[in-house]
Design a binder for this molecule. Sequence first.
Ligand SMILES: [Zn+2]
Length: 307
Amino acid sequence: MNTAIITSDTSTDHLTGMGHPEKPDRVSSVIKVLKRQKNLIWNKTKKFDESFLNITHSSNYVSEVKKSFPKKGLNFLDGDTIISPGSKNATVDAVGSIICAIDGIENNNFKNAFCAVRPPGHHAEKEKAMGFCIYNNVAVGTNYLIKKYKYKKIAIIDFDVHHGNGTQDIFYENEKVLYISIHQYPFYPGTGSENERGKYSNILNIPLPAGTSSKEYFDAYEDIIKKLKEFKPEFLMFSAGFDAHKDDPLAQFKLSSKDFYEITRRTLLTTQKFTNGKVVSILEGGYDLNAMAESANEHVNALLEFN
Ligand SMILES: [Zn+2]
């Protein structure tokens, strides 16, 4: 058993225009660093039954998205969510990567997996693209676990520096899903106060101010550990954004690359007895190419230790 990296050939075909921070190089730089690792299993995204998109998003939204891809040039889904002709396959393949990761774990091909794909997903709501996100990859994967594999308790840990308003929106009234987000606040997208708790206390938001240090972050992380012990998830998902890094140009947290190893290690140490080590992680944000590649590598180092 081992850790798998799921990639898609179409991730770099999703173009967002000159100067946009969510650029194709993000995925290439992560893959380049991970290629130096031994003991990783490399898998490509596969096709999947796209009707699974309609559990997470409305069928109206999915058909509107499918019609929106331009034949040439760029199109805007919101002020900062831009799509190109190549986005048509990239968006579906980003979802496909998480489906591929889940099937691989359920078929005992590997123990856990990291999906190095784009576009990211955690800001995409049931009926709305926003914040560089079109389909909510982690949410589609979570609903796939519930529908196809009958899981009843799934925890999503979102350590991207931005609040995952989309994932929260999708699971706000779903007692099978615990959504936990630790993020800069107040900040984009404006949601994520600690008063947003979900219908079944199944949402835990840990808002922290700009300038948060590693120590302050890990002190606050104890609340996440406590909540995970209470919930006892059968399967763990990570919305893995690396923009809480001190070098990230879009946010103001002060984490080091090594801290992403520690976040992952502490989480897996707590959950592995409940999940039997079943973990799928997917790339969200992270906009300094070196910092995010190093941090993703540290995250994968911890995944490798727990299989
Ligand atoms: Zn982010």
